[in-house]
Design a protein around this ligand. Structure first.
Ligand code: 13P
Ligand code: SF4
Length: 305
């Protein structure tokens, strides 16, 4: 059954000159059918560079919106329109405007996990792969507002020694991973390298060896001699980690770290959306032009690591 769906998807891809991008947290069959997998930064760059006419974004809404901002002439599909990111919804453009009024001289850096409207109110965008470099590149005498993820924000404060004005947003998936989970996993696997996403809590990060975006985790494992890794991020990444490194062992820090929104995309939904080019994501021109400035500064000044 799924083989038939895969064949239909591939035919439709040719018919529409479409490319499939999939985030590292997507279900295994979606990661497998994608033309490109990656983290938010890698996929943003692919979306900006591709000469396909249609981009099927297998991820969550802010990612598809980012593609729509960077490639306004392309058709962007999000195969499940309900696939959102609760953290991105934790700050609205109105709330950010109010915060800016309190700190009128501050620059605003927004995490890519934010709405197009919030990006339009921001000076710079960043992902977990380049947040430290983005903040480091800003003038030292400037105050910086950082939204919406307080945990990524604290990671940036620690690395840059800059005093950011934070927003109390968080990822409900990463905060379920506890310090106890890491301690238990380390006790069972003392020889393993612990890799955590910067969205994890400060306790988890303090117990980890490497703090990396999902794309950086894939590259770190590929280049590392270690054979065992404890993974403190969403469980979906283990599929590609295992596929690319069959000789290595991967241990979930917590099997509860599952992003329900990332799991909303299925092969069936991908097929339906490609069949009729439905579930399109667009961003109004006035918002898009302002949001693109923040994204361009990120993509152009700080290439993927
Ligand atoms: P990455 O950019 O590291 O893939 O993270 C995206 C995300 O949503 C993490 O929860
Ligand atoms: Fe949003 Fe967290 Fe899901 Fe990433 S894992 S998409 S931050 S809810």
């Amino acid at each position: 059954m799924s083989q038939q769906i895969i064949e239909k998807i591939n035919k439709l891809k040719d018919k529409h000159n479409a490319v499939i991008l999939a985030h590292n947290y997507q279900p295994p069959e979606i990661q497998d059918i994608a033309d490109f997998g990656g983290d938010s930064l890698g996929l943003s760059i692919k979306a900006a560079e591709t000469d396909a006419d249609v981009i099927v974004f297998c991820g969550v809404r802010f990612m598809a919106e980012t593609a729509a901002i960077l490639s306004p002439d392309k058709t962007i599909l999000l195969p499940d329109e309900q696939a959102g990111c609760p953290m991105a919804d934790m700050i609205t453009a109105d709330q950010l405007q109010q915060l800016k009024q309190k700190h009128p001289d501050a620059l605003v850096v927004c995490y890519v996990n934010s709405s197009a409207e919030v990006k339009a109110e921001s000076d710079y965008c960043c992902t977990s792969a380049n947040a430290v470099e983005v903040v480091d590149s800003l003038p030292k005498d400037k105050q910086i507002i950082f939204v919406p993820d307080q945990h990524l924000g604290r990671f940036v404060i620690e690395r840059t020694k800059r005093d950011l004005i934070l927003w109390p947003g968080y990822c409900h998936v990463h905060v379920v991973i506890t310090g106890e989970d890491i301690e238990n996993a380390k006790a069972r696997h003392p020889d393993a390298v612990v890799m955590a996403h910067p969205e994890c809590t400060e306790t988890v990060k303090a117990l980890s060896d490497q703090l990396l975006s999902t794309g950086q985790m894939l590259r770190f494992v590929a280049q590392n001699r270690a054979k065992k890794f404890i993974i403190a991020t969403e469980v979906g990444i283990i599929h590609t980690l295992k596929k690319q490194n069959p000789q290595a062992e991967f241990i979930f820090a917590s099997e509860n770290a599952i992003c329900p929104n990332m799991k909303k995309i299925s092969l069936e939904k991908l097929l339906w959306s490609l069949q009729d080019l439905q579930c399109t994501v667009t961003v109004p021109k006035d918002i898009r032009i302002k949001a693109k400035k923040a994204l361009d500064r990120m993509v152009e000044i700080l290439p993927a690591k």
